[in-house]
Structure formats: C-alpha cells, structure tokens
Write a protein that binds this ligand. Structure first.
Ligand SMILES: [Mn+2]
Length: 326
C-alpha cells in the first residue's frame, strides 16, 4: 500500500536508493527523482550504484555521486529499489539486511518473484517514474522537487518509447507537460536517450540487421548478437539496448526477438549464456513466452536469460513460439 511506503519516507532519516541491475533510464531516473524528493522533505538520501552507468544516462546524474559500496559501519533506515520485478535483478553487491534496513520496492511490472519487504507496484503506470510522482503527491509536496523533473521525465519518455507505446494514457501526457513546466528539457532528453549514437553502435546495428531471419510465415523476426560481432564493431553491450525494436518494426512481424550472447563469470566458472529480448507489435503477449522460458516482463516487452548457448537458446525459443504460431 502506498500509505505504508509514505510512512517509511516520513519516519526514516537516512535512506539508500538503488536501481535494478544494468540500470536503464526508468530505473535510474526514478531513483534520482526519489532521492530529490526525499531530500525535499529533509531526509538524507544516497544513490547505490555499483555498476558503470551507460553513457546515454550520464546526463541524468547532474553532479550526483553514486556509492559503489556502502562503507563499513554505515546503516540505513530503509533502502528503496526502483523498477525491479525479480530478485535476480538486484544490483551486484546489494548490501545485507542489517545495512539496508527494510527494502522497499517501487515498481510498475507484474512481479516475477518476491523481492523486498514492502512492495508498492502500480502495474497501470507507464513507468516507475510515474509512481515516483504518486509519492511526491502522497507526501504533500506542492510541486515537483528541484532537480527531479528531468530524471522523472526521462524515465517516462524511455519506458513509453517517447510517448508512443500503448501505455501512454492522457494522464501520462499531462504528467509529461507538468514535468516540462517544472524544467525538464524534452529535446535534451530525447537526444540523449534516442539519438547521439556512437559510430560503433551504428556499425553494430548494421551487423545485427544482417542476421535478421523470419519464422512462422514472417510473423516472428529474429536477430542475433554475438561477442564476435561486438568486438568487430568496437561496440559494447550497452549499445545493444533497443536494437530488438528493429525486429519488431518489420511489417508483418508480430514478435521481434533478439538473441544476445552474454558472458557470465561466477562460482560455476566462465561461460556464455544467452539473453533473449522479445517485443510484441500488439496482438501477442510476449511476457507469456518469456515466462515459459523462465523470464518475465510486460505484454509488449519481455526478456529472459538462459544458461545455454545461443544456438540452443534459439531452438528453445522457436519451440516455444511454435506453441503460439505452429
Ligand atoms: Mn520501467
């Protein structure tokens, strides 16, 4: 319940705010929006950021310093984690319960599994950034707190694909207008999030598009990205974000899929797993397909990660798709 969450904000003094693993614009934007909001009501708030922030999101930081690790002895009254639907998406090195205090989840996904002690999910919200505005209002703040308009606006612009997706409601656009009135710069945000491509990323796009194949009479468009392709293009994994949309954009494709070779190093050793990103152009619920492959997401955008080779993952994916299109 939102009241329970607001009570935590009112009652505590010192908070840690975290994003999900591999932060995106909604997770980081809503984290920064919440940090400014907590400060606006006189609280201490610190960003937990153990990973490198993608270049396209650095503009959101605006002088904010993230904490890569919590110094020994530091304790928080509570820790907020933004835009997270599964335990596996907690950031690397997430502190223990005695450091974090109660863990509060602020999100808009359908949960994949239980994460957090207190959970506020509004699955009708287009972005977690929108949920942060509910907190701002719930705390009785008269206006959007200083410095929070741009990150919250970026969160919403990113998750709605620039106010294009079906999640864009009249209220979403009204909120966009309010955030611009509060100082968000729409072109600056769009340029940083959607344009400003490095040459290596454009080369990578070309390589990924060269792998495009159609299945099930063109109803599914499948693309791949391997470590070798990334290396040849001089590209990194951050540059792959959003590429799957090109598969969906093919006329007649109901689903766009991207298989992505993903290096993992853990107790079981070093190996290549496979991420699968799925996008629906409307009629098919890709979260059902992702869930059958141990993943999750939304109706229009879902993903999973499998501990198998890219070839094996493609077989599994095609077998699952055959249940819907076979
Ligand atoms: Mn989101």
């Amino acid at each position: 319940m939102i009241e329970e969450v607001l009570d935590i904000a009112r009652g505590g003094e010192r908070f840690l705010v975290a994003c999900h693993r591999r932060p995106d614009a909604d997770s980081l934007g809503s984290a920064l929006g919440l940090i400014k909001t907590l400060r606006a009501i006189g609280k201490e708030a610190t960003l937990f950021m153990p990973e490198a922030i993608p270049d396209s999101l650095l503009f959101l930081m605006d002088g904010e310093q993230g904490l890569a690790a919590v110094p020994p002895g530091v304790r928080f009254d509570a820790t907020w984690v933004m835009d997270i639907a599964a335990k596996a998406l907690l950031p690397p090195g997430f502190p223990t319960a005695e450091v974090t205090g109660p863990v509060i989840i602020i999100d808009h996904h359908h949960a994949h599994d239980d994460v957090g002690d207190i959970v506020y999910r509004d699955t009708s919200a287009a972005a977690t950034g929108e949920v942060v505005v509910q907190l701002i209002e719930g705390l009785g703040l008269a206006s959007i707190p200083d410095g929070s308009a741009t990150p919250i606006y970026a969160a919403i612009v990113s998750d709605t694909g620039g106010f294009r997706y079906a999640t864009t409601k009249p209220a979403t656009l009204r909120l966009g207008a309010r955030l611009i009135e509060a100082g968000a710069d729409p072109w600056q945000v769009a340029y940083q999030l959607f344009e400003r491509w490095k040459p290596a990323r454009l080369r990578l796009l070309s390589a990924i598009i060269a792998t495009l194949e159609f299945a099930f009479d063109g109803r599914v468009a499948i693309m791949r990205v391997t470590r070798e392709m990334l290396e040849i293009c001089g590209a990194n994994d951050d540059m792959v974000e959003g590429m799957v949309n090109y598969a969906r954009s093919v006329e007649g494709a109901e689903i766009g899929a991207l298989l992505w070779q993903w290096p993992v190093q853990d107790a079981q050793g070093k190996r290549l797993e496979t991420k699968i990103s799925l996008r629906s152009s409307g009629d098919t619920d890709v979260s059902v397909i992702a869930a059958a492959l141990n993943g999750g997401g939304h109706r229009a955008a879902a993903a999973t990660q499998l501990d198998i080779s890219i070839e094996e993952a493609e077989k599994r994916l095609r077998a699952e798709l055959a249940k819907h299109f076979g």
